[in-house]
Design a protein around this ligand. Sequence first.
Ligand SMILES: Cc1cc2nc3c(=O)[nH]c(=O)nc-3n(C[C@H](O)[C@H](O)[C@H](O)COP(=O)(O)OP(=O)(O)OC[C@H]3O[C@@H](n4cnc5c(N)ncnc54)[C@H](O)[C@@H]3O)c2cc1C
Length: 191
Amino acid sequence: MNRLWQCSMIALARRPHNGRKTLMLDMEDIDYVGLTLDLRKSLEDRGAPTAVTVQAYLHRSEEDIRALCDAGAFVRLVKGAFVGESRYAFSGRPEIDANYRKLAALLLSPAARKASVYPAFATHDHKLIGEIRRVARDTGWMPGSYEFEMLYGVRPELQKELVAAGESVRLYLPYGRDWWPQHPLFTGGWY
Ligand SMILES: Cc1cc2nc3c(=O)[nH]c(=O)nc-3n(C[C@H](O)[C@H](O)[C@H](O)COP(=O)(O)OP(=O)(O)OC[C@H]3O[C@@H](n4cnc5c(N)ncnc54)[C@H](O)[C@@H]3O)c2cc1C
């Protein structure tokens, strides 16, 4: 990674702020998982609060989540926006959802709480959200010690319901010229 860019990110993340301000690393396909996890660690080691996204569709994610729990990390759990081969990925929706539940339970374990893990559940799946809220309640996690994340404009009623129930909800809003691949289909002048 370009060193100047790395330093600018660290300076930005260190600025005084109110509330939880963290650099969140998205996760791309399997080729970048190890590199992105290493990047999180290297930024944290330099004093920049850095969170990372983990994808439930990958077999390796259980091990990654366990290591991130030991490190007391801020972790965003997603189902995964990619499709992978069966030697390293789950492909069916039921398998991915089941792994999401398993990983969510690890993030909400007493050991994770003791290690100061901050879990973010990025999903619009209302059934999963209901289950996560129940597990959180049963294991003593207070609303605000974890959060839900959704895309701006997707299931706004569910977002409002969660906030009214006292949950923390963060909305994800991609913006700028380069948030979507430059393809003739997507460059019709609506930027
Ligand atoms: C904040 C945030 C960050 C993310 N970061 C990453 C990342 O770094 N790497 C990565 O691989 N993936 C990322 N994702 C995408 C994620 O992996 C899923 O592909 C996506 O969230 C859809 O899965 P779901 O959990 O909402 O469940 P699903 O079962 O796919 O969806 C549940 C329901 O939500 C609704 N819904 C879901 N998505 C949409 C949509 N786009 N538009 C309209 N309705 C929708 C549908 O009604 C659907 O039935 C991110 C998602 C969010 C919300």
